[in-house]
Design a protein around this ligand. Structure first.
Ligand code: FAD
Length: 385
C-alpha cells in the first residue's frame, strides 16, 4: 500500500463474501471459528467476577479464563500464534498487520494475547457513548457515592502510626496537589489506576524496597490528528471521480508510509447528511500516525482542510514477547490496575482488572482466601445458577 487499495470492502454482503473467498480462501471462516473459541473462554471472567472470585496476578486471571492457551500467547507473537492456528502468511500480512497498526501502532510482533483479542473483536461492532466516554466516569463516581479529591497524586509513602500506647498501624501517606495547593491524607489501601511509566502517572513511591519504579516498561507513541477537510482520494489509489465512499483506510507495513490509518469520524447519534455537506465532501477524519504530521503530509492526504487538532499520546505498552507483566500487588495493600495493559491494552481489560482489584483487596482485607486464585472455576461454576 502507499498508492493502491488492494482490498476494498463492498457494501454488498455477497460481493464481500466472494472477494474474501477469492483472495483468502477459507481464512475468514477459520477466523470466525478461532474468534468464537477465544471469546467463549474470555467471557468466563464475567461469571467468575459475578461470583466474587479474584486473582492475585494477571497470569492467574488469564489462566482461569483460557488455561495454557491464553498464558502461552504472552510468550509468542501474534504472527506465530496465527501461523500455528493455520492462517496463511498472505492473510496475516493483509488483514492482521493493518489491524495491529490501527489498534496499537505496532506490527504482528506484538504478543499473541493482545493481538488475538484485538483481532478477534474486529467484527463485533463498536459502541459509542453519546456525550463522550467521560460520562462513564462521572456516572460511576455518582453511583458509587465516592468522595473525589480532584488533584494530582505526587507521591506514596508507607508510614507507621501509633494508635494506642504500644500499638502501631501501617498506613500509606498520599501527597497530592489540587487547585487549592498541596495536601496529604492517610489510607489503608491504595489503588493505582493509571499506567506507570517515567512519563506517565509521575507518582513517586518513596522508600519502597524493591523499588516500584523498576516495574515500568516503555510505552508506544501514537499521534492522533483530527482534520476537517476533503480527502484526496487519488492518494489512496482511487482516481477521480472516485466511485466509492472512503470511510476507513488501514495500512499494511511499508517503511515509506507516514500514517497507520485514516477513518471518517461519525457522531454517536448520527445526523442525516445535508445535501450541501455531501456536495462539499467535507468530513471530520481521524488519523493515527507514529509522528506528528507535517503540513506537506497533510496536503498529500487532503485536497483542502480548514481545521486540524493534534494529540500526542504515550498510548499503549510497546509489546515485545515474551511479555513481563507487572504485578497486581505492588506492595502490601497497594494495587495496580493498569499492569494488565501489558497483556492487552483495552478499556474492557482495564475494567476487568479494576473489578478484580476491588474484589482482591476486599478478600485480602477480610481474609477470604477461598475467593482468591481458585482452580477449575469454569468446571465448578457450571452447576451454579
Ligand atoms: C489514542 C488511543 C486510542 C485508544 N483506542 C482504544 C479503543 O478503541 N478501544 C479500547 O478498548 N481501548 C482503546 N485505548 C486504550 C484505552 O484508552 C485504555 O486501555 C484505557 O483508557 C485505560 O483506562 P484506565 O482508566 O485504566 O486509564 P486511563 O484512561 O489512562 O486513565 C488514567 C487517569 O488517571 C489520571 N492520572 C494520571 N496520573 C495521575 C496522578 N498522578 N494523579 C491523579 N490522576 C492521575 C489521568 O489523567 C487519567 O484521567 C486507546 C488509547 C489511546 C491512547
Amino acid at each position: 500500500m502507499g498508492t493502491i487499495l488492494f482490498f476494498q470492502e463492498s457494501e454488498w454482503y455477497l460481493i464481500n463474501l466472494i472477494k474474501k473467498l477469492w483472495y483468502y480462501g477459507l481464512n475468514f471462516l477459520r477466523k470466525y471459528m478461532w474468534a468464537e473459541d477465544l471469546m467463549d473462554k474470555f467471557m468466563r471472567i464475567y461469571r467468575y467476577q459475578k461470583f466474587d472470585y479474584s486473582f492475585s496476578t494477571t497470569e492467574s486471571l488469564l489462566y482461569a479464563m483460557g488455561g495454557d492457551d491464553f498464558t502461552s500467547m504472552l510468550n509468542m507473537t501474534i504472527d506465530e500464534v496465527m501461523q500455528k492456528s493455520g492462517f496463511t502468511k498472505k492473510f496475516i500480512d493483509d488483514m492482521v498487520v493493518p489491524a495491529m497498526r490501527f489498534n496499537y501502532g505496532q506490527g504482528v510482533d506484538v504478543n499473541g494475547f493482545v493481538g488475538a483479542i484485538s483481532y478477534a473483536w474486529t467484527d463485533s461492532g463498536l459502541w459509542a457513548v453519546a456525550g463522550g466516554n467521560k460520562l462513564v466516569c462521572s456516572g460511576l463516581l455518582h453511583a458509587a457515592k465516592a468522595q473525589l479529591i480532584q488533584g494530582t497524586v505526587t507521591s506514596v509513602q508507607e508510614k507507621v502510626h501509633s494508635t494506642k500506647p504500644g500499638n502501631t498501624v501501617k498506613l500509606y501517606e498520599i501527597s497530592y496537589v489540587t487547585d487549592k495547593g498541596p495536601g496529604l491524607d492517610l489510607y489503608d489501601i491504595v489503588v493505582i489506576a493509571t499506567p506507570l511509566n517515567k512519563n506517565l502517572g509521575n507518582i513517586e513511591f518513596v522508600g519502597f524496597d524493591p523499588p516500584i519504579e523498576a516495574l515500568y516498561g516503555p510505552y508506544q507513541q501514537m499521534v492522533v490528528t483530527f482534520v476537517h477537510g476533503r480527502i484526496n482520494t487519488s492518494y489512496f489509489g482511487c482516481s477521480k471521480p472516485c466511485h466509492f465512499p472512503l470511510s476507513d483506510v488501514l495500512t499494511t507495513y511499508n517503511p515509506k508510509l507516514f500514517i497507520h490509518s485514516i477513518s471518517a469520524v461519525s457522531p454517536a447519534n448520527p445526523v442525516p447528511e445535508s445535501d450541501t455537506s455531501k456536495a462539499s465532501g467535507l468530513r471530520v477524519w481521524k488519523i493515527f500516525s507514529p509522528e506528528v504530521l507535517t503540513d506537506e503530509q497533510l496536503h498529500q492526504l487532503f485536497e483542502s482542510y480548514d481545521a486540524v487538532k493534534v494529540r500526542n499520546w504515550l498510548a499503549y505498552p510497546r509489546y515485545s514477547p515474551p511479555e513481563k507483566i507487572p504485578p497486581i500487588e505492588l506492595h502490601r495493600s497497594i494495587y495496580y490496575v493498569d499492569g494488565i495493559e501489558w497483556a492487552a491494552s483495552a478499556i474492557e481489560m482495564c475494567v476487568i482488572a479494576a473489578k478484580n482489584v476491588a474484589l482482591l483487596s476486599h478478600h485480602q482485607w477480610y481474609g477470604k482466601n477461598d475467593h482468591i486464585d481458585q482452580q477449575d472455576l469454569a468446571e465448578r461454576l457450571k452447576s451454579e445458577l
